[in-house]
Design a protein around this ligand. Structure first.
Ligand code: ZN
Length: 83
């Protein structure tokens, strides 16, 4: 049973699902597109941000795909996103 999301919704990701690949901080997923037919988020359009990156604005996060791919996979699965 998938929860439905609003376009542009900021979804806090529970720590037991996944945390920031770089600092272990809490994550927020931003739903930038929704598949019309199913109402599920579009995986490639899910933006994942670390709360510490926003708060500190220290530029310390590189968001390298090699670091973040497992995080992205877990978050998209949690959201029930279309892959
Ligand atoms: Zn972080």
């Amino acid at each position: 049973m998938n929860k439905s999301y609003e376009l542009g919704e900021h979804v806090p990701i529970p720590k037991h699902v996944e945390v920031c690949a770089e600092c272990g901080g809490e994550l927020v997923a931003i739903i930038n597109a929704i598949e019309k037919a199913t109402g599920r988020p579009v995986g490639s359009e899910v933006e994942i941000d670390c709360e510490n990156h926003w708060r500190l604005l220290d530029g310390g996060h590189r968001y390298w795909q090699s670091d973040w791919q497992p995080v992205r996979d877990a978050v998209e699965k949690y959201l029930g996103a279309e892959r």
